[in-house]
Design a protein around this ligand. Structure first.
Ligand code: 86X
Length: 726
């Protein structure tokens, strides 16, 4: 090691140090001291530690000697690895605008030289001018290294003993809790975006393995607070929603980007959520007699145009294949945007008699709609996954019944799986699927963007498609009849809605029922006890797995426990179990919940039922939180003057409405104009300003006789839900 210039600063005297060690001995505190060159900074301490025999790395401390605006003095001690900034320390100390205290205070109050700030100097502050504070992340540590009044030496004692000492010399320490500070693995230079940076210090293998104390909170040295936000995500949800969203879905490893605009890779973390939705929905539709099938993804121009009327508006979105290799195809073929025109010619062949009905088919597949509005992963993509159900009934009544059965399943996907509240209802004439008879929908709301979003649709198509595709059946009386058809669909958009509703500034927050991993166990290992801790973790995993909990042990040795906490938080795992030697000794495990970061020690004897219960509680709590917000943001509006202000306040509006097409168009137009009149000319895209009807909710509040429509003043026919929307 190269010799360093030793600063000629006032130093604590040998007598002072003798008195300090005598005090420690008197208190029965075990301590050990090593000598080294003068260490002026935390980095110096980190570098010199191994050579000086100071291990483990975890217990190395740095100290801040601070003076508040009011003149109060503080000595704050944390680990060298912890990134703490003056602002947050000031805040935790409840001392406004702290600055580093001048050297004169160091000499007169702590009676040590520059670079030798230490909590052990409390012994010299006999007039109690300085208050001492310790970082909560030090709590419980067996080894804490601090200077024995001079920075050419370091003394090791336990955290508990440090507290004992401080208390004995009249300075019971304040413990500052930084657990609410989100510290995140910043992509290290060159690390691809979205990938957590490799930790600077491996926790396992090699000689720097931790031993000694256990540590609860974050505070591994490998985490960086985002410079701009102080938070884990590149932007706050409330400040820059698009950046936040893309950061959440990439950092959680749900999505990867692709070189064709509007197309995204669904990685296993998001695809398994889709699989959960599939599992639920597929089982439910099979109970009501729906069968699975698969139709080709290509459709000839002729077939596609058999249904010209309703295709017309969509035609710019149809993608065509025109070549194979270098040769032009004899005729172009389209990639399905939906499969009516692919399936219904087959239905016409298959259906002859009433005995062939009902025909109930569903397929899980991809579809392509080449949209030009700006794409958003899950929410609006050029290719997406969905299920499309297509059924044929002999009566309108039977068809109508199924429309609602399916809609109820869609409600359950959103509310029971994704914990996202939805409003069930019927689309107005303006908003319904033009090719159908009537359209029902589940409508969700994204509070962060103040936008409604269609969750899924269940259409009664009436006899329109039967007529177009010549689908006929002979009824019991031998009469030719046109059957009644339905179609219904739900897409991977549902996952995007869930992310937008529940995600927070630390990343994804997953409802247990769709979480690929519901419980992650992080063994907190120390060199000498790693094997014991890990095998205990695997034992818990086996028990939970046997009880049907999706659980995983993160025993990777190249990441620290703190890094893992952060990693699984970003991925939204509902429950983290931290298991260290001290927990094991007490036959308990520390549970930390993602929804509120609450912590609880759980006896191992009740772990399985406790996890099952907690997952259930989290699921319900998440739904309730979202539902409360949803309700808060639904405003009853009786007259036009209140409409745009309510939208601008971030609300959906429930209004009495005359249900006339012209008035619906007027409301759209006026809401756009009034909104744009009130804002600068930047973000005045038509769709973002105008409100449209989301649905006519099935759940209709009472409508007193003579209630006027909120816009036309004519007698209202029903309550309608309006909002700006996706
Ligand atoms: C309407 C209707 C319906 C089955 C569903 O909503 C649920 C599942 N289909 C789909 N629709 C189109 O018909 C359509 C057609 C073309 Cl050509 C297109 F490019 C886009 C479309 N979008 C919606």
């Amino acid at each position: 090691m190269t010799a360093r210039k030793v600063h000629l600063e006032p130093m604590a005297s040998p007598e002072q140090q003798t008195a300090l060690f005598a005090k420690l001995d008197e208190l029965g505190i075990a301590h050990k001291t090593v000598s080294h060159e003068a260490l002026m900074t935390a980095e110096d301490v980190d570098k010199a530690a191994p050579g000086a025999g100071m291990s483990p790395a975890e217990g190395l401390c740095k100290n801040m000697f601070l003076k508040s605006k009011k003149g109060e003095l503080f000595c704050f001690t944390t680990q060298t690895a912890n990134k703490v900034d003056m602002k947050s320390v000031s805040k935790k100390l409840a001392a406004p605008e702290c600055r580093f205290a001048g050297d004169e205070f160091l000499a007169s109050v702590l009676k040590v030289g520059k670079g030798s700030v230490t909590p052990l100097a409390a012994i010299s502050d006999t007039e109690i001018k300085c208050a001492f504070a310790l970082d909560q992340r030090l709590v419980g540590q067996a080894a804490v290294w601090v200077h024995p009044l001079v920075n050419t030496q370091s003394t090791c004692l336990s955290f508990d003993d440090l507290v004992k000492f401080l208390t004995a010399v009249g300075h019971p320490p304040k413990i500052l809790d930084f657990s609410d500070m989100v510290e995140v693995a910043a992509p290290a230079g060159g690390a691809p975006a979205g990938k957590p940076a490799k930790p600077a210090k491996p926790a396992g293998g090699g000689g720097s393995a931790k031993k000694g104390g256990e540590k609860r909170e974050k505070g591994e040295g490998d985490k960086e607070v985002n410079k701009e936000t102080g938070l884990g995500m590149a932007a706050r949800k409330e400040d820059d929603f698009p950046t936040w969203y893309s950061d959440v879905i990439t950092k959680s490893d749900m999505i990867d980007y692709y070189d064709i605009s509007g197309c995204y890779i669904l990685k296993p973390w998001s695809f398994s959520m889709w699989e959960e939705i599939q599992k639920f929905f597929d089982a439910e539709i099979k109970k009501i007699g729906v069968q699975g099938c698969y139709f080709p993804m290509f459709v000839s121009q002729r077939a596609l145009e058999a249904e010209k009327d309703h295709i017309e508006g969509f035609s710019p979105e149809v993608a065509w294949v025109t070549r194979s290799g270098q040769s032009e195809l004899p005729e172009p073929i389209a990639v399905r945007p939906t499969s009516e025109t692919i399936m219904y010619p087959a239905f016409a062949k298959w259906i002859r008699s009433h005995r062939d009905l009902p025909l109930k088919l569903n397929q899980w597949c991809n579809v392509v709609r080449w949209e030009f509005k700006n794409p958003t992963p899950f929410i609006r993509t050029r290719e997406f996954l969905w299920q499309e159900g297509h059924t044929v009934h002999s009566t309108l009544e039977a068809a109508g019944e199924e429309v609602l059965e399916i809609l109820e399943l869609y409600r359950r996907i959103y509310e029971e799986l994704l914990a996202v509240p939805v409003v069930k209802g019927k689309k107005t004439e303006v908003e319904k699927f033009a090719g159908g008879y009537y359209t029902t929908t589940v409508e969700a709301y994204i509070p962060a963007t103040s936008r409604g979003i269609q969750g899924a649709t269940s259409h009664c198509l009436g006899q329109n498609f039967g007529k177009m595709f010549n689908i006929e059946f002979e009824d019991e009386k031998g009469q030719k009849q046109i059957p009644w058809q339905n179609s219904w669909g739900c897409t991977t958009r549902s996952i995007g809605v869930m992310v937008m509703v529940h995600g927070d500034n630390m990343g994804l927050v997953l409802p247990p029922r769709v979480a690929p991993i519901q419980v992650v166990i992080v063994p907190v290992v120390y060199k000498d006890s790693a094997e014991v801790t890990n095998s205990a973790a695997y034992e818990l995993e086996a028990k939970l797995k046997a009880a049907g909990v999706r659980v995983s042990v993160d025993a990777r040795t190249n990441y620290t426990a703190g890094w893992k906490y952060n990693h699984w938080e970003q991925k939204g795992v509902p429950i983290r179990l931290e298991l260290g030697p001290k927990d094991l000794a007490k036959q308990q495990v520390r549970m930390v919940k993602r929804i509120d970061n609450s912590k609880e020690d759980v006896p191992l004897s009740v772990l399985v039922p406790k996890m099952q219960l907690e997952l259930e509680l989290i699921q319900h709590q998440m739904y309730k939180n979202a539902k409360d917000k949803h309700n808060q943001l639904t405003k009853t509006v009786m007259k036009w003057e209140e409409f745009v202000p309510a939208l601008n306040a971030g609300c959906m509006c429930l209004t009495p409405f005359c249900e006339e097409v012209e008035w619906e168009e007027t409301a759209k137009k006026r809401s756009k104009e009034e909104t744009l009149a009130g804002i600068e000319e930047e973000d005045n895209t038509a769709t973002s300003a105008a409100a449209k009807t989301l649905c006519i909710p099935f759940d209709q509040p009472p409508m007193p006789e003579g209630t006027p429509c909120f816009i036309s003043g004519k007698p209202a026919k029903c309550w309608v839900l309006w909002g700006r929307s996706y």
